[in-house]
Design a protein around this ligand. Structure first.
Ligand code: NAI
Length: 217
């Protein structure tokens, strides 16, 4: 049986992927865990431990082959394959997601935008047409949809998520301000930029406190 990898490790993987991508762009072919550690400000032992979850990849005295590790982490993260996304709620955030082309570079392709506002019907964001919610069921039957992004008001998000699950969509990228509880077979990633801002705010306060203490000495 495959070992269950902790979410904490999974959450660090995209960062490894990003740094390794930068190393590749810089023409670096191999790197030691110490070298990667210095660049990423993560301890070398943390890096070794994290990568050991997937069988290591490193060689004693050689370090990591950057391209190999990059590709392997890509496979672990499943970004060696295309994920088709639909966006529910074509307002500010929905359109911003649709406008962001770099997701496609990673295989995340937005194939449809949906909304309830007739004023948006037929407009296109980067050639992705906004369709009305009534068209959703037919669309999902015709196209392969891997992920639905929810960028709509939270009041309707639960109901909409349940409907999407009933239509067979197995993954929700949820931006509405509620934590969705869905059947276990559905994968949910809740994204709250405000959580990140609050963390930033905490760290600002902490920084100021430390500075004050230092100034007193
Ligand atoms: P917005 O008002 O510009 O867009 C919301 C869109 O959803 C509108 O076009 C509206 O017609 C549509 N909509 C309303 N009911 C719908 C339904 N039942 N089905 C499909 N579409 C429906 O709002 P904005 O700024 O784009 O924000 C969207 C959502 O994302 C809000 O719930 C907001 O609170 C949330 N948000 C979350 C963030 C996060 O970090 N998680 C960051 C920013 C916004």
């Amino acid at each position: 049986m495959e070992k269950e990898i902790s979410q904490a490790v999974i959450r660090r993987m995209p960062r490894y992927y990003r740094y390794l991508g930068e190393l590749l762009d810089d023409g670096v072919e191999r790197i030691s865990s110490n070298g990667l550690s210095a660049r990423m400000r993560v301890t070398a032992s943390q890096i070794r431990q994290d990568l050991n979850n997937f069988g290591g990849f490193g060689q004693q005295g050689y370090g990591y082959n950057v391209k190999y590790l990059y590709d392997e982490i890509g496979k672990i993260l499943g970004i060696n394959q295309q994920h088709n996304i639909i966006v529910i709620g074509a307002g500010n955030l929905g359109q911003a997601l649709a406008n962001y082309m770099k997701f496609e570079k990673r295989g995340f392709v937005i194939i449809g935008l949906f909304d309830v506002n007739p004023a948006l019907e037929g407009i296109s964001v980067r050639e992705i047409k906004v369709r009305m919610m009534e068209e959703l069921e037919d669309f999902v039957k015709k196209e392969r949809v891997d992920i639905a992004a929810l960028t709509m008001p939270k009041e309707k998000a639960k109901e909409t998520a349940n409907m999407l699950v009933e239509l067979g969509i197995g993954a929700i990228w949820n931006f509405a301000h509620l934590d969705l509880e869905l059947p276990e077979h559905v994968v949910v990633e809740n994204v709250h930029l405000s959580d990140s801002l609050m963390q930033l705010s905490y760290n600002i306060a902490n920084q100021r406190k430390l500075k004050k203490q230092k100034d007193k000495k």
